[in-house]
Design a protein around this ligand. Structure first.
Ligand SMILES: Nc1ncnc2c1ncn2[C@@H]1O[C@H](COP(=O)(O)OP(=O)(O)OP(=O)(O)O)[C@@H](O)[C@H]1O
Ligand SMILES: [Mg+2]
Length: 252
């Protein structure tokens, strides 16, 4: 039996500008399972990013609830929520946003210090991550001195040094060339193989093929899903075809 790690119940998110209110997420119900690699797809403007921000507690819900391992984060005080944001969830975005004035190593370690006071341990883990993510040569460089693909791998290291319960990605490969994108996807697949729960939004079929489960969002509601099982390189073409057919049926 899979454990539900994140549960959205009648979730609504609206944006009010002046006198108009835009309902983006509409009474959405969704369970995310621990250990899954869940990918969310849907046309532009369907509410994917909004859903990700609301699910992760980065943005507040208008109504309904989101529970992380049974704890309703929509009714939490800001102080408790900020602990959860720091410890339990991490995010990688299309825009990478590393701190420009500190080195690659510092970008990673400083995030770790935020949740673990044992600096030695964090430093050791940072070095380990640099090696695992093929970033050792970039250790003492500044973000502007390395490629976009490397920068995104630093952002991944920064995101996982806190051992988050869920790693969220909003089109993390969106700004990368295909080789750099594949490297980031390989890291995500490896992490997921080791048990990391991943929830990622993407427009890209190749990225979506990494998913164990695909959720299709249409006009702020879940409009279907596809179960894909564990990713393997051998099954890639077959998975891409399955996803293509599913999306075609959905009118993507
Ligand atoms: N902060 C905001 N204020 C007002 N409207 C917003 C805000 N954020 C998003 N929206 C609107 O909500 C709708 C959904 O936006 P969202 O960014 O979630 O879509 P998306 O599915 O991620 O699209 P894309 O694929 O282009 O990234 C859009 O109409 C957008 O203009
Ligand atoms: Mg978006």
């Amino acid at each position: 039996m899979k454990t539900v790690i994140l549960k959205a119940n009648n979730l609504c998110k609206s944006f009010v500008t002046g006198k108009t209110s835009l309902n983006v997420i509409k009474n959405l119900n969704l369970d995310i399972y621990e250990g899954d690699f869940t990918v969310i797809m849907g046309s532009s403007g369907s509410g994917k990013s909004t859903l990700l921000y609301t699910l992760s507690g980065m943005d507040s819900a208008t109504s309904g609830t989101v529970s992380l391992l049974g704890n309703d984060i929509t009714s939490m005080k800001e102080s408790s929520l900020s602990v959860i944001r720091k410890k339990d969830i991490s995010f990688v975005f299309q825009s990478i946003n590393l701190l420009p004035d500190i080195t690659v190593f510092e970008n990673i370690a400083y995030c770790g210090y935020g949740v673990n006071k044992n600096k030695k341990e964090v430093n050791r883990k940072s070095l380990e991550l640099l090696e695992e993510l093929s970033l050792t040569e970039a250790k003492d460089k500044y973000p502007s001195e390395i490629s976009g693909g490397m920068q995104q791998r630093v952002a991944m290291a920064r995101a996982i040094i806190t051992s988050p319960k869920i790693l969220f990605g909003d089109e993390p490969t969106g700004a990368l060339n295909s080789t750099a994108g594949e490297e980031v996807l390989d890291i995500l697949s490896d992490l997921n193989d080791k048990g990391q729960t991943v929830v990622m939004v993407t427009h890209d079929l190749k990225a979506a093929a990494r998913a164990s489960r695909l959720i299709y969002l249409k006009d702020g509601r879940v409009d279907g899903e596809l179960t894909l099982g564990r990713f393997s390189k051998e099954s890639r073409k077959n998975r891409e075809l399955k996803i293509f057919e599913f999306l075609d049926e959905k009118g993507w």
